[in-house]
Ligand binder design. Structure first.
Ligand code: SF4
Ligand SMILES: [Zn+2]
Length: 346
C-alpha cells in the first residue's frame, strides 16, 4: 500500500461538519518579527473548499483539511469572511495581515479570482496594513498569479509563504507525502523574487519514520539550502493532529513529537550560521501529550524562550535554559538512531 493510499484511507473515515460559509475558520492577533521590528499581526484562516492535495490523500501530519467547508464558498462568502476577520484588528493603527486557507490562497478553486482581487484591493486601500503574507503550494505561484496579485497590491508589501517542510526530496516524499519537489519550490521562489515578492518558508521538525537526530540534522541542512531563496524561515514542530497518519502511528507508540531541546539547538546553530535570516518557531501545543515537549517541569519555560527568540531574533533569549531532562534528550539523540523503527517513548 502506498503512503498516499494509507493517508487517504484515514481521511475517508473523517466527517466534515457543516459550518457557515461566510465565517472564517479562525482569526487571531499577535506579534511577529518583521524586517527588524516587532509588529502587530492579524492572522486569518479562510474556510474554503480545501487543499486539493489534502483531498486526494495529502500530507501525513495534516489535519487542516478537516477545517474545510462542506461545499464551496462563493466569492462573496470569502470576501465576507475577510471583512469579519478584519474587524479583529480594530485596535491596531499598523499591522501585517497573514492569510491562510488550510490550503492555497492562490488556488482559484479555493479562492475565486474575484474574491482574491477584491481582498487584495481592500488591503491596499487600508493605510494601516503595511504587509500581506499569503500561503500557497508552489504550483500556484506563477508569473500570472504574481502579476494578478501585484495589480491590486501596489504599495503594500507582499510575501508568499510556502510549506516546503524539508529540502530533502526523500523525506518530503517518503515521510510527509507532500506531492512536490525541492525543484518545484525553487522555481516558485524564483518567480516570486523576480516579481519583487518576498518568500517565507515553512519547515517541519520531525515527520514520521525518522529519528530525533535525523530530524534535527535535516532541519539544519534545510535551513542552509533554503537560505538562498528565502529571507524568513519558520520551523513548525510536528504535533499530533486528529485524523492523520501521524495520529495513527502515535496511538500505536510509533511516533513521538520532537523534543523542545531539538528546536533550541536548531535555532542556536542556524542563527549563528545565518545571522541575517529571520528564523522563527511557534511551539504550538508545547508540553501537551500531542505536542512537542521536554519534561513536565521545563516545557513551559523552554517554549516561552523559543517564542521570545522568535520575536527578538536575539540568541540571548535561548541562554541559561537548564533541566535534568536535557541529558535524557542527549541520550535519545544517540539511542533513537540505534532503535530505528521503535522510537524511545517516556
Ligand atoms: S499541502 Fe498543506 S494543507 Fe495540503 S495536505 Fe499538505 S499540509 Fe495539508
Ligand atoms: Zn525538563
Amino acid at each position: 500500500m502506498s503512503l498516499n493510499t494509507k493517508v487517504l484511507e484515514i481521511r475517508q473515515r473523517q466527517r466534515i461538519k457543516p459550518t457557515p460559509l461566510d465565517m472564517p475558520s479562525a482569526v487571531w492577533t499577535g506579534k511577529d518579527h518583521v524586517d527588524g521590528n516587532v509588529e502587530n499581526t492579524l492572522t486569518m484562516i479562510f474556510r474554503t473548499s480545501g487543499c486539493w492535495w489534502g483531498k486526494v490523500g495529502g500530507c501525513t501530519m495534516c489535519g487542516y483539511v478537516y477545517d474545510s467547508a462542506h461545499t464551496s464558498p462563493s466569492a462573496e462568502d470569502i470576501v465576507s469572511q475577510f471583512r469579519k476577520a478584519m474587524g479583529k484588528a480594530s485596535k491596531f493603527d499598523r499591522f501585517m495581515v497573514k492569510i491562510f486557507t488550510s490550503g492555497s490562497f492562490l488556488d482559484e478553486k479555493e479562492v475565486p479570482v474575484d474574491a482574491l482581487s477584491k481582498i487584495l484591493s481592500l488591503l491596499e486601500e487600508d493605510d494601516r496594513v503595511f504587509k500581506v503574507v499569503v500561503e500557497s503550494r508552489p504550483e500556484f505561484l506563477t508569473e500570472e498569479s504574481m502579476e494578478f496579485c501585484l495589480a491590486s497590491l501596489k504599495s503594500t508589501l507582499l510575501e508568499v509563504a510556502i510549506g516546503l517542510e524539508t529540502s530533502s526530496d526523500l523525506i518530503r516524499k517518503r515521510s510527509i507525502n507532500k506531492g512536490f519537489t525541492f525543484r518545484d519550490f525553487v522555481r516558485a521562489a524564483e518567480v516570486a523574487k523576480s516579481n519583487g515578492v518576498a518568500v517565507k518558508t515553512y519547515l517541519m521538525l520531525k515527520p514520521p519514520f525518522i529519528s530525533e537526530k535525523q530530524a534535527l540534522e535535516d532541519i539544519i541542512a534545510s535551513v542552509r539550502e533554503v537560505s538562498v531563496y528565502s529571507g524568513v524561515i519558520s520551523i513548525n514542530l510536528c504535533n499530533v493532529q486528529k485524523g492523520t497518519l501521524i495520529e495513527y502511528l502515535w496511538e500505536r507508540g510509533e511516533y513521538r513529537p520532537p523534543w523542545l531541546w531539538s528546536i533550541v539547538d536548531i535555532l542556536k546553530r542556524t542563527k549563528q550560521e545565518f545571522p541575517h535570516l529571520i528564523i522563527t518557531s511557534d511551539p504550538v501545543g508545547a508540553g501537551a501529550k500531542r505536542g512537542p515537549r521536554n519534561c513536565k517541569e521545563c516545557s513551559g519555560e523552554v517554549a516561552d524562550a523559543i517564542r521570545a527568540f522568535s520575536l527578538s531574533q536575539d540568541l540571548h533569549d535561548l541562554e541559561g535554559l537548564e533541566c535534568d531532562c536535557r541529558s535524557l534528550w542527549e541520550k535519545v539523540l544517540v539511542l533513537d538512531d540505534l532503535s530505528f523503527g521503535s522510537p524511545i517513548l517516556e
